[in-house]
Design a binder for this molecule. Structure first.
Ligand SMILES: CC(C)(COP(=O)(O)OP(=O)(O)OC[C@H]1O[C@@H](n2cnc3c(N)ncnc32)[C@H](O)[C@@H]1OP(=O)(O)O)[C@@H](O)C(=O)NCCC(=O)NCCS
Length: 145
């Protein structure tokens, strides 16, 4: 498995990963294109046998000393093999801010476990944040840079 920079050329595979990974919370096409093109976004893909199987985008807000993991997803058949963790750690290594945040559905146990294992702690709750009114937990990791 390789972790490589992603670009707009990865839009098709990214759409497939999104479709396989999210239901109502799936990003619209324009948001995916933004994640693949905007400056200040760290965008990485996990590649197995030449195929993109996972993606992460980290949005840097340098003036606030804070980055947000905007999205992370791995194709279902490639989960539980350490790819999500590898993507997260590779993205964090490229982010230049001392704090990294993300938000996650409170019912997304596997994602929350991954974040806890990698040092994120709950700092806030956004109630009824998602389209189906599910709550979001905001988690943060503070690194010594
Ligand atoms: C969240 C997500 C990205 C995690 O990706 P993943 O590749 O499965 O993550 P990892 O494999 O690194 O870690 C997940 C689990 O695999 C385990 N694992 C890691 N390496 C492993 C290995 N070599 N063999 C077996 N299990 C392993 C981890 O310990 C962890 O186990 P646990 O959940 O039982 O504690 C993935 O589940 C996903 O795409 N979900 C849908 C989209 C989503 O919800 N994104 C998050 C939005 S906030």
């Amino acid at each position: 498995m390789d972790i490589l920079s992603a670009s707009i050329l990865d839009l098709g595979p990214l759409q497939q990963i999104e479709r396989a990974s999210f239901d109502a919370d799936r990003w619209p096409l324009l948001d995916l294109m933004a994640a693949l093109t905007f400056s200040d976004v760290v965008r990485l893909k996990a590649v197995v046998d030449g195929h993109m199987v996972g993606f992460i985008a980290g949005d840097q807000r340098a003036s606030k000393g804070l980055s947000w993991i905007a999205t992370i997803a791995v194709l279902p058949q490639f989960r539980q093999q350490g790819i999500g963790r590898a993507l997260l750690e590779a993205c964090e290594a490229k982010l230049m801010t001392p704090r990294v945040r993300l938000c996650v559905r409170t019912d997304n146990a596997s994602a929350i476990r991954l974040y806890e294992q990698t040092g994120y702690q709950r700092v806030d709750m956004w109630y009824h944040y998602y389209k189906d009114r599910a709550d979001a937990m905001v988690m943060e990791k503070i690194r010594g840079l």
